[in-house]
Design a protein around this ligand. Structure first.
Ligand code: ZN
Length: 338
């Protein structure tokens, strides 16, 4: 259990950090308190986002934890098993600072080329190392490089873990500047998850601005639900606690063209305001949809693609063949919740 060991006068940030530690202490000790103080309870939280940091623990985990605590932020750390084994105290410090810990494989291999037995062994060894260091077995799994397949998902599931990819990539692994990381994070919507990494200075430097942006939009950092893979309140309940929820039956879908090739293009669609949804997308003839992912697709044969949520989160995508029309782009027609 942590205590605040320096003599700094408690300012607002400091106070929030202390409250975070106290909240963790209360949770860890199993004492039920009616109104648990958490950093986010002071702000208006109309929604929650999942901040995630991969590949730790590293030599700079303690620096990352300091920045997060000083900014009243809690996050999910997707740890590499080998790093946990080599740095058990850093994994303990993550939990003591109020963070959630997930499984990010034993040594960051490309897991889709493994056999099912190898996947099983890799993930199970990692979960055991995390449990040994922190006392808790992870309920979330993020595949290295976001590379996954059905076998890997079912192995994770058989070990009690929900697979979590991400909605927003901060690009910190790709040399993004502080302002680029802040700008990428500003795209986060309620329920979504952002990819960041332990051990990157620019990422740590971006956190105060990321938090300021979230606060300005009444979004708070939350935990990732092991049942839905979406960001929820730190106590596991779902938002909103205030504000105006979307009317029943509606949701918002936003389409982005993510890649264009000579003969085809990819579209990524993010849904907000619902966790189960149906999105109708118009495709301009003679373009045709070739492949889809992260949803259940159907087509009426007259230029529309209908995608339904299938538990893979709130971002789906598809590839459209130009077939001679390289200028048209897919258009959202409707988004229906439930
Ligand atoms: Zn990674």
């Amino acid at each position: 259990m942590s205590t605040v060991s320096d003599g700094t006068v408690a300012g607002p940030r400091r106070l929030r950090a202390i409250l975070a530690i106290l909240a963790t202490a209360v949770a860890t000790c199993g004492v039920v308190v009616a109104a648990t103080a958490t950093p986010s309870s002071a702000a208006t939280c109309n929604g929650y986002v999942g901040l995630t940091f991969d590949d730790g623990p590293t030599g700079s985990t303690s620096a990352l934890l300091s920045v997060l605590r000083n900014n009243g932020a809690r996050a999910t750390m997707f740890n590499v098993g080998q790093n946990v084994q080599n740095n058990r105290s850093a994994a303990q410090a993550q939990v003591a600072a109020g963070m959630w810990v997930g499984n990010h494989s034993w040594n960051h291999a490309h897991m889709t080329s493994m056999s099912q037995a190898q996947m099983q062994s890799d993930l199970s060894q990692t979960s055991s190392a995390i449990q040994s260091a922190t006392g808790s077995r992870p309920q979330l799994f993020r595949p290295p490089y976001g590379e996954t397949n059905g076998t890997l998902q079912s192995v994770a599931s058989s070990l009690g873990m929900r697979q979590v990819i991400w909605d927003v990539d901060s690009q910190d692994w790709n040399g993004a500047s502080v302002s680029q990381i802040v700008s990428n994070a500003s795209r986060l919507q309620s329920g979504q998850v952002i990819l960041m990494h332990d051990g990157i200075q620019n990422t740590r430097d971006a956190i105060p601005q990321i938090m300021a942006n979230l606060t300005s939009r009444n979004l708070c950092p939350g935990m990732i639900s092991p049942s839905t893979g979406r960001a929820v309140a730190p106590d596991g309940t779902t938002p909103p606690t205030g504000g105006t929820p979307p009317p029943a039956g509606s949701c918002t879908a936003t389409a982005t063209t993510t890649n264009v090739w000579g003969d085809r293009y990819n579209t990524s669609v993010t849904v907000s305001g619902a966790t189960t949804w149906t999105v109708v997308v118009a495709i301009t003839a003679p373009q045709t949809v070739a492949t889809t992912w992260n949803g259940t697709a159907s087509s009426d044969g007259s230029g529309t693609l209908t995608m339904r949520s299938n538990g893979s989160g709130n971002t789906f995508g598809f590839t459209t063949m130009f077939n001679g029309n390289s200028s048209a782009r897919a258009q959202i027609r409707s988004c229906t919740s439930g």
